[in-house]
Design a protein around this ligand. Structure first.
Ligand SMILES: Cc1cc2nc3c(=O)[nH]c(=O)nc-3n(C[C@H](O)[C@H](O)[C@H](O)COP(=O)(O)OP(=O)(O)OC[C@H]3O[C@@H](n4cnc5c(N)ncnc54)[C@H](O)[C@@H]3O)c2cc1C
Length: 413
């Protein structure tokens, strides 16, 4: 065995970088191993290149966005909260700004700057080696004795006093997150809650592809005929179906229902600000303004142009019909379509396109106050490798930072 370190961290994403910073901050000799050519590849593409670092919502509201067990996350969040994270980054030289919905971004609007600050802080305190893939753990009598990593064609064994696994999930595998940590957990006899893509697009049946962004719509998720979730906001029609903020929010429940072979559908309300009578009145007013027009002309006043023909076909009304022939049952059909256009959901986009992985290392076997395994006394887990995920809005990165910080602090003596 070469070299000696107190603590090794596998994976230099946000969780691993923060774990290394916290452990080294307690005076430990820390080795941070990253299999890609540079640390934090995924962090560099977060938030469409802007990086939504965290969300500044108060604790209870924050935790209501965390799944499947937000109570597990409470201790880590209290120990290193959203405000602690922002303060840490500000002191380290990264200015931040708060935007709509409590979302925090770097003032430079560049995710690269967040990654670079963290890497710099980690490199000040720990030994960071890239192109270093952790390939196995050595365990003996409920303890990790060391690990092996591959570096420039060599297999290098390192003895450690504690190991923190922060290898991420399965989403966007080109960034290095290929699920290696689940194998380490299995080796240590940890249970893995089934892995599913989350915050991902949904594929629709009987859907005519159109590329279009919509604002201020209400999206409802129906499972076996009953509405289970409603979201208001933005969504997009894409080549395969739907994506965008509201869709990502319902995707966790939709994916689970599809995997359970349930009947899944979405209903889109294009006019959620109006009640039935108000929408009827609006339609009547529009018809009066174009008495000799066609149904297409009317729809153009109510919906984005790109969606007019697909919508007319969806509700089975002839687009070139003259409004002079428009009767009360046509009006009913139009109102029903505008309030609740229904599509069956046939599938979901894969891990390669999903923002996060739901499922992971079983929380029942991890001490929430330390992030230490309850099976192996010096093995810690942090970040997306755990069975913890959240809505969009900066929550997922905070999970990585808080659990990383907790693991780092507690792996240190
Ligand atoms: C496109 C996209 C945009 C996102 N935007 C946001 C956002 O704006 N806000 C937000 O809160 N969340 C966002 N997320 C989610 C967020 O990026 C993740 O939740 C977060 O990166 C998880 O951090 P992590 O450190 O646990 O794992 P990762 O970031 O996946 O890091 C794990 C690291 O471990 C390394 N690794 C893996 N296996 C090994 C091994 N065997 N040996 C050594 N190293 C290994 C990987 O190469 C990787 O660098 C986004 C995700 C995606 C895909």
């Amino acid at each position: 065995m070469e070299n000696t370190f107190d603590i090794a961290v596998a994976g230099a994403g946000p969780a691993g970088l923060m774990a290394a910073i916290a452990a080294a901050g307690k005076g430990e000799k820390v080795l941070l191993l990253e299999k890609m050519e540079k640390p934090a590849r995924k962090l560099r593409i977060t938030g469409k290149g802007r990086c939504n670092i965290t969300n500044i919502k108060p604790e209870d509201e924050f935790l209501s966005n965390v799944f499947p067990d937000s109570r597990f996350f409470r201790s880590s969040f209290r120990n290193f909260s959203n405000t602690d994270l922002v303060r840490f980054l500000n002191v380290a030289g990264l200015d931040t700004v708060e935007e709509r919905g409590g979302r925090v971004f770097p003032a430079s609007q560049k995710s690269r700057d967040v990654a670079e600050v963290l890497v710099r802080e980690a490199e000040k305190r720990a030994t960071v080696i890239c192109n270093a893939k952790v390939s196995r753990l050595y365990t003996e009598q409920s303890r990790v004795k060391g690990l092996c990593y591959e570096h420039r064609g060599k297999q290098i064994d390192v003895p450690v006093r504690a190991l923190i696994v922060a290898t991420g999930g399965l989403s966007y595998p080109l960034t290095g997150s290929t699920g290696d940590g689940y194998e380490f957990a299995r080796h240590a006899e940890h249970g893995i809650v089934p892995l599913r893509p989350s915050l991902t697009g949904l594929e629709l049946e009987d859907y005519e592809a159109v590329c279009l962004s919509l604002k201020n719509v209400e999206l409802s998720l129906a499972v076996d005929g009953g509405i289970v979730q409603r979201e208001f906001g933005e969504m997009e029609f894409t080549g395969y179906g739907i994506d965008g903020p509201s869709v990502l929010k319902i995707s966790r429940n939709a994916v689970d229902a599809i995997r359970a072979n349930k009947k899944v559908a979405v209903l889109i309300n294009f006019k959620p600000a109006l009640d039935r009578q108000q929408l009827m009145n609006r339609i009547d007013r529009e018809i009066l303004s174009i008495p000799t027009g066609s149904f297409t002309d009317l729809l153009k006043k109510l919906l984005p142009s790109a969606f007019v023909l697909p919508f007319a076909r969806k509700i089975m009304m002839q687009a070139n019909r003259k409004l002079t022939t428009f009767n009360s049952s046509d009006r009913e059909r139009l109102v029903n379509g505008l309030f609740a256009t229904k599509y069956s959901v046939s599938g979901f986009r894969p891990f390669s396109e999903a923002i996060v992985t739901a499922g992971g290392v079983c929380l029942q076997e991890i001490n929430p106050k330390t992030m230490c395994s309850t099976l192996i006394e010096n093995l810690f887990f942090a970040g997306e490798v755990l069975d913890l995920d959240a809505n969009t809005g900066g929550y997922n990165l905070q999970i990585a930072f808080s659990t990383g910080y907790m693991a780092g602090q507690n792996a240190a003596i």
